[in-house]
Design a protein around this ligand. Structure first.
Ligand code: SF4
Ligand code: SF4
Length: 190
């Protein structure tokens, strides 16, 4: 519930559930499925991962974290700034664990998107890429490259340097036809 200063309180558990809903709303899990199947999971070697079951210690840190592919998804959907601003308000974010208190005071609010098809389209392109590649190495390297490139675009904002990075991103995505079409459709309908 918001008060007159737009401040609200949310439990740590609800925050994690909300983050998961948000990730689902942009189709993130379609990408994770492809990634996990091809050895790229960010949960690899984590002590909280139970084989065949999944994470046994959901936390604010892993919920808020975006790999290069998810960053691409959020950036393309125009959700990256809002997502970052939202989690910047959450204390105690760490690596694979958190010290987030049970109740958190928040100001930033973000709406769960209805853009599952965007993540699904990216997953289709990633599957096609993997079927063309000899192994998963390029898939892993591309994830890291996208992570860095989107950070660079984000920090460069509207400067001429940003347009250089955006051209690089366009070049990287030239074979991602399903995803590019999905982005165009999203822009037409929103
Ligand atoms: S690295 Fe990214 S795509 Fe892969 S499982 Fe983790 S969040 Fe999902
Ligand atoms: S704590 Fe994080 S990295 Fe570890 S299994 Fe859970 S989600 Fe994956």
């Amino acid at each position: 519930m918001l008060n007159e200063n737009n401040i609200y309180y949310i439990t740590r558990k609800d925050l994690i559930d909300y983050g998961i809903q948000f990730l689902d709303g942009v189709g993130s899990y379609s990408i994770c499925k492809v990634c996990i199947k091809n050895g790229g999971s960010c949960c690899n070697f984590c002590s909280h991962l139970k084989n065949g079951v999944g994470c046994q210690s959901r936390n604010t840190s892993c919920t808020s974290w975006l790999c290069g592919y998810l960053k691409l998804l959020f950036y393309s959907a125009g959700l990256l700034k809002g997502w970052n601003a939202f989690w910047d308000e959450v204390p105690g974010i760490d690596f694979r664990k958190d010290n987030t208190p049970p109740l958190i005071k928040m100001k930033v609010h973000i709406e769960v998107p209805r853009l599952k098809e965007l993540g699904e389209a990216l997953a289709v392109d990633l599957k096609s890429k993997l079927s063309r590649d000899e192994d998963n190495l390029d898939f892993i390297v591309l994830k890291k490259d996208l992570d860095e490139l989107i950070d660079e675009i984000h920090f460069a904002e509207n400067s001429t340097v940003a347009s250089f990075y955006k051209k690089r991103l366009d070049h990287i995505l030239k074979d991602f036809t399903e995803f590019r079409q999905s982005v165009i459709r999203m822009k037409i309908h929103n």
